[in-house]
Design a protein around this ligand. Structure first.
Ligand SMILES: [Zn+2]
Length: 74
């Protein structure tokens, strides 16, 4: 497999696996909406169940400065 082919395959895998897009529950404004993305959550002191990942819509990501998983360095 060439580097070009492998890069394209990895990009496609990243889009489909690490950047889920679609209809889902925004954990910030507490409603189902379209275009939610998986974001990383760090809430120190809030308990083990709150840290990790949640889905957030685009307006909430901008409002709260949330970071998409895909935007973080591996
Ligand atoms: Zn939202």
């Amino acid at each position: 497999m060439s580097d070009t082919t492998r890069s394209a395959a990895e990009a496609a895998a990243r889009l489909t696996k690490s950047t889920p897009v679609g209809y889902g529950f925004c954990a910030w404004h507490k409603e189902f909406t379209r275009g939610v993305r998986l974001v990383h959550v760090e809430e120190a002191g809030s308990g083990p169940n709150t840290a990790g990942s949640k889905f957030a819509c685009t307006p909430c990501r901008e409002k709260y400065g949330l970071i998409q998983f895909a935007d973080r360095p591996m």
